[in-house]
Design a protein around this ligand. Structure first.
Ligand SMILES: NC(=O)c1ccc[n+]([C@@H]2O[C@H](COP(=O)([O-])OP(=O)(O)OC[C@H]3O[C@@H](n4cnc5c(N)ncnc54)[C@H](OP(=O)(O)O)[C@@H]3O)[C@@H](O)[C@H]2O)c1
Length: 296
């Protein structure tokens, strides 16, 4: 199976290349070679490669910058995604795409299911929702995994930042009124590889039949402050190094250009029953992610 990974240098993209290696012939494209802002170039690349599947892990992800430059976000998160959907139909490849909990406003009282009405609070969420809708309108052979709070220790993420700050300061102030489903990028990549591998014969037809939105994030829900505490408690610390105290603060303590959903855990039941994959409880994955870390 020939698989193209777009955004191969990102948190998820990097892990995808490793997770797919045992079961696919992988072409890993970063910004160079696979620029989603260059629609003509992207079309040409796909037509030259003629893959069986494309996994789009590239995204305009800067939630705050998107408020200043919504068109740049739309180009990558809507226009390029629409092009991928069109090319998937034209070249008959299966498409995996990722979307976000930020399509929701976070005012719910229970984890979101796929049929809940999206209502994004900002430009990033609107651009990701527009990408979902473009694929749906085309009837593209696309599985869209909505995920949340993705972290790696390799690139800057909430978890890697807490680790760094928690090791250099005695006291951290972290928001406690945002609750979500932390997702280890490797878990997401492995689940994606399993779904592709299961459909390696006839991926196009299988994805056409299964097309739609699927929630796929770490199981359970936690506040950002609690996640920071869990990260520091599970991390290895050099002898004698104090572990920072984490103080709960409200979101209003850190004013940012884009509003964040307050309560947006994702319910993964549909994904478990229809696709046969579910991610482990967030705390287990966090422990695994931190166990891999080099001793500081
Ligand atoms: N991170 C989260 O908390 C989170 C939450 C919910 C959903 N998601 C979704 O999960 C998916 C994977 O996210 P991630 O956490 O792996 O993100 P990431 O680490 O920020 O990776 C995104 C990748 O996209 C690349 N990229 C940006 N603009 C591009 C362009 N015009 N052309 C080609 N590549 C471009 C980036 O390139 P550079 O390496 O050059 O920066 C980066 O490698 C995305 O669809 C995202 O929306 C993420």
């Amino acid at each position: 199976m020939k698989v193209v990974v777009l955004g191969a240098n990102g948190q998820v993209g990097h892990e995808l290349v490793g997770a797919l290696a045992p079961c696919a012939e992988v072409t890993a494209l970063g910004r160079r070679g696979g620029d989603l802002a260059d629609l003509d170039g992207l079309r040409e690349t796909l037509r030259a490669l003629r893959p069986d599947a494309v996994v789009n892990a590239a995204s305009y992800n800067d939630v705050d910058a998107a408020e200043r430059e919504p068109h740049a976000a739309l180009r990558v998160n809507r226009d390029a995604v629409e092009l991928l959907g069109r090319e998937a139909l034209h070249l008959r490849f299966a498409l995996v795409h990722y979307s976000t909990d930020f399509v929701f406003d976070g005012r719910g009282k229970r984890p979101y299911v796929e049929t809940d009405e999206p209502s994004p609070l900002g430009a990033y969420g609107r651009s990701k929702l527009a990408g979902e809708r473009a694929l749906e309108a085309l009837g593209a052979p696309a599985i869209v995994f909505r995920t949340a709070w993705v972290y790696s220790l390799r690139r800057k993420s909430f978890v890697s930042t807490m680790l760094k700050l928690g090791r250099s300061r005695p006291h951290l102030r972290v928001v406690s009124d945002q609750v979500g489903s932390p997702t280890f990028c490797r878990d997401l990549a492995v689940a994606t590889a399993l779904v592709l591998h299961r459909h390696r014969d006839g991926a196009f037809e299988a994805f056409l039949e299964a097309r739609g939105i699927y929630h796929l994030a770490g199981s359970g829900a936690v506040s950002r402050a609690e996640l920071a505490r869990a990260t520091l408690a599970l991390a290895r610390h050099p002898e004698g190094q104090p572990i920072a105290e984490v103080e709960d603060v409200p979101t209003s303590a850190f004013p940012l250009p884009a509003a964040r959903p307050a309560y947006a855990p994702l319910d993964g039941e549909k994904t478990r029953t229809r696709l046969g994959v579910a991610l482990p409880p967030w705390r287990e994955s966090l422990a695994r992610a931190l166990a891999d870390e080099e001793r500081p």
